[in-house]
Design a protein around this ligand. Sequence first.
Ligand SMILES: NC(=O)c1ccc[n+]([C@@H]2O[C@H](COP(=O)([O-])OP(=O)(O)OC[C@H]3O[C@@H](n4cnc5c(N)ncnc54)[C@H](OP(=O)(O)O)[C@@H]3O)[C@@H](O)[C@H]2O)c1
Ligand SMILES: *[C@@H]1O[C@H](CO)[C@@H](O)[C@H](O)[C@H]1NC(C)=O
Ligand SMILES: *[C@@H]1O[C@H](CO)[C@@H](O)[C@H](O)[C@H]1NC(C)=O
Length: 336
Amino acid sequence: MALATVAALMAAVGGALWLATRRFVGSSARQLHGDLGSGLMQGKTVLITGANSGLGRATAAALLRMGARVIMGCRDRARAEEAAGQLRRELSSPGFMGSSPDPGSVGELVVKELDLASLRSVHAFCQEMLQEEPRLDVLINNAGVFQCPYMKTEDGFEMQFGVNHLGHFLLTNLLLGLLKSSAPSRIVVVSSKLYKYGDINFEDLNSEQSYNKSFCYSRSKLANILFTRELARRLEGTNVTVNVLHPGIVRTNLGRHIHIPLLVKPLFNLVSWAFFKSPMEGAQTSIYLASSPEVEGVSGKYFGDCKEEELLPKAMDESVARKLWDISEVMVGLLK
Ligand SMILES: NC(=O)c1ccc[n+]([C@@H]2O[C@H](COP(=O)([O-])OP(=O)(O)OC[C@H]3O[C@@H](n4cnc5c(N)ncnc54)[C@H](OP(=O)(O)O)[C@@H]3O)[C@@H](O)[C@H]2O)c1
Ligand SMILES: *[C@@H]1O[C@H](CO)[C@@H](O)[C@H](O)[C@H]1NC(C)=O
Ligand SMILES: *[C@@H]1O[C@H](CO)[C@@H](O)[C@H](O)[C@H]1NC(C)=O
């Protein structure tokens, strides 16, 4: 009885807040991507990892609309082709993000296979990129795994560290020449505020001694930030910039490994509808860093809601960043 009352009350409050948030955030998101950005990415090639779902998919939709040639780097070709088909249909139907754009100014979508849990796949993907793509203007390291049970990648790395950090580390290094020859160009790294709960424990990077799935997610997202800062230092004077962001809490498929009891599910759904961002709202900072003239020349910075934010000292530790870089080079076989 009391429980039902509390649930009903929460539903009412949640519902009201949901409407309020939608109206607020929804309108600012529309404003950002009205006709302002149209044509901004014409002639530019963008690679987005994990572009078939959630934030990556929304980022692809927006940049495509701005005229970019968008390469979707995805591990499952069928899922990626399906997402690409949907994106093309949405783009040609009016009412999607306001009016439908001039068909002549819309970019092109390309699907390529990329499994970040396999160094072999990353190498094959990059070889194909270098053979087929004359330029790369923006690389968006977006794909991610969140709090999965203990698993290893093809090469024996703990899955979250392996995909979120090491796979992207190799990918970025192999594409750096192309990014440099396309300069001014940009690298955008999707991290998370949860980096705060991580540490780079060099003595057990594959979590063979103990596995804590939340710690490992946070560690991988801290690694994303340290990687960004070290790379920015290495790229000084090249006109290739690299910045990192946190998207906020977004309604995506990221929670696939989190088990929510059946009875709690409706409440969770309500809360997520009320308080979480939609994928398009969550993707705003990725889109901003990839396309806005405002951040031209800006590098090594951390962003949230399209604004620069402060980092905890542990994410700015240069010696940890260098050590992580050196060890990553050895782990992915760049240094033999
Ligand atoms: N959602 C949030 O609240 C939130 C908050 C902070 C940070 N983030 C970050 O945002 C990024 C995007 O996540 P999302 O929320 O959009 O989640 P999502 O909907 O689950 O999308 C994740 C994407 O990564 C791909 N991926 C996973 N493992 C891969 C692998 N081995 N190789 C290639 N691609 C792989 C997935 O492919 P499949 O579809 O084939 O699995 C999917 O396309 C992640 O880096 C995440 O850490 C999200
Ligand atoms: C796992 O890691 C998280 C985040 O680092 C920490 O808060 C939590 O206490 C850890 N859990 C266990 C069982 O050690
Ligand atoms: C970087 O861009 C500036 C301004 O466009 C240009 O003068 C400079 O030569 C570029 N540097 C490199 C290394 O490409």
